[in-house]
Structures are given as structure tokens and as C-alpha cells.
Design a protein around this ligand. Sequence first.
Ligand code: GDP
Ligand code: ZN
Length: 307
Amino acid sequence: MESTVYKSTGSWYIVKNNRGEVFNARIKGKFKLDGITSTNPIAVGDIVEIENEEDSSNVIITEIYERRNYINRVSPHNKNQHHIVAANLDQSLLFATLKEPKTSLGFIDRFLVISEAYHVPAIVVFNKSDLFGKKEQDKFELVKDIYSRIGYQVISMSLQDNSGVEEVRSLLKDKITLLSGHSGVGKSTFINYLFPSMNLRTQDVSGWSGKGLHTTTFAEMFDLEFGGRIIDTPGIREMGLVDISKQELAHYFPEMRAVMNDCQFNNCMHLEEPGCAVKAGVNNGTIHEERYLSYLNILDTINKKSY
Ligand code: GDP
Ligand code: ZN
């Protein structure tokens, strides 16, 4: 029966079938997907086929259906191996803050590049708007302007005074959404807002794996009562820039992608080359300088391969 993977710890999985029944599942034998070298053959969000295991209430995953998309990162244990964080996403939502703590635009741009590379539409939510003074409000308007021109949705909200929260919640309806953000931005507070009747973090500690907090670095999917699902990625601070080459990086900046065909050289890296349409865009203000700086920074990271 067709089922969806809700949690994975590497050797065990939690799956839910179309009738809403939940099982512990494992893989039988070797399981390899064509073309992907990954430490985990099956990830949260995967659609799989399951069979009953003899003499057990557990099930066996016998088949995995082709993924619409997936998000990768470098394995925490081995830099040469990839780890699939989640699959079959409709969108990804990044929590950011302008104060306590401050999210850098560079961090946001890396997230957006990764979302572009994996073909997952991205939304940026600035939480803690209750802390905004004039300075932060101006900054928010600027950032919103930069990103909405490129086509990204940018919203502000406050979980403290509840402004904008319903708008964000409504964006989740009937979608599979990956939630990300560095620690302190309010991701847990938001998840607890979505599930007022249970404290997810507490539930995790006493959860089925019995290993307590150490296991919370695994991504997990949750059903929303009003329709839709979220995938939480506790402990994953940042997706890696896996699989992105220097040559293709500019493609993942939509405003650069839009003009780069006009560069004089078709292998233009948009650095010091003559006749570069991207540099021209930066100079005439159609491409924001901050975004171009992020491009240079990410290029540097790829050069050093230190991600
Ligand atoms: P996480 O690390 O992203 O899961 O962040 P938490 O949800 O644990 O929140 C970090 C801190 O920010 C906690 O002390 C929250 O109470 C606080 N916080 C969350 N949302 C807001 C908000 O909208 N405004 C303010 N002022 N504080 C918030
Ligand atoms: Zn160029």
C-alpha cells in the first residue's frame, strides 16, 4: 500500500498509509536509487510502497516512487556524502529575524539559491516584528522590496503579538512545507502555535526512538489539522550548497538569470569580464548590490569547497 515517510532515523522509518495508519518501517536488503549517492536512501516526504512483515506489526518498504524534488545537504559525518533532508516539497519557508538574533542577507540568499537549485518555491518570513523600531521597519521594507522584485514572497509576523501569523498559517494550507531557519528565530514557537494541544519538543524526548534529544536532528513531517503538512528540520542550521557548480550559480539568482544571456561571453562568470550584463545591471541598480555580493560570497564558498 502506498505510504508517506514521516520520519527517518537512518535505519528505521515512520510511515503513514493513505488510510492514516502509522507503522514502523524498515528497508529490506540493499536499496539504491539511480544516480544519487546518499547516506540515506529514503527521506522524509518520500512516497513508498510497503508490505507487512511476517509475525510483526512492522512493515517493510519495498519500493520508492520517483521524487518530484528533494533537498540535499552534506552528511554531518562525511563531507563527501550527501544526506537527503526531505523530498516532494511544495515550498520552503525560511524564518528570519532582524533583531534578537539578526539574520544576515547572505544567509537568506544562500537559502534562496538552494531553493532555486532544488526547484522548491521559497517564502521568507521575518518574525519578531514586535521588536521592530524605526530602523528595523525601514530595513524590512528595503529587504521586502529587494526580494519581491525578484519574485519572492516576504512577510513579517510576530508570534508575540500575533500579527501576521494567520497569514503565514494560511500559506501552509494543503501544501507540504519545509520549515527552516537558524536557531532563535521562533520556529519552535510557531510549530507550537500550529499544534496548540501538544508540545512537539517534549513529545520528541519521550518519543518512539527512546534516544531522547539526540534524535531531534532528524527531519520530521506533521499533518496540519486544516490540511497540509509541515516538515521540521531541527538541528539543521543550513542546507549545504551541494551539487551547485560555479558555472551554474548565477542561474539560481533569478534577476541574474534574466539578463545573463546578454553577457558578451557565454561562459561569463560576471566578475571582471567585458560586456557583462549582470555587472551592468548592478551598476544601473536593476540588480541589487547586496545580492551581487551574496553571489560573490557563494562563489567563494564553492571555490574553497568548504561548505
Ligand atoms: P527556534 O530556535 O527558532 O525554535 O526559536 P524559539 O521558538 O525557541 O524562540 C526563540 C526565542 O524567541 C524564545 O524566547 C521565544 O519566546 C522568542 N520569540 C519567538 N517568537 C517571538 C516574537 O514574535 N517576538 C519576540 N519578541 N520573541 C519571540
Ligand atoms: Zn556576465
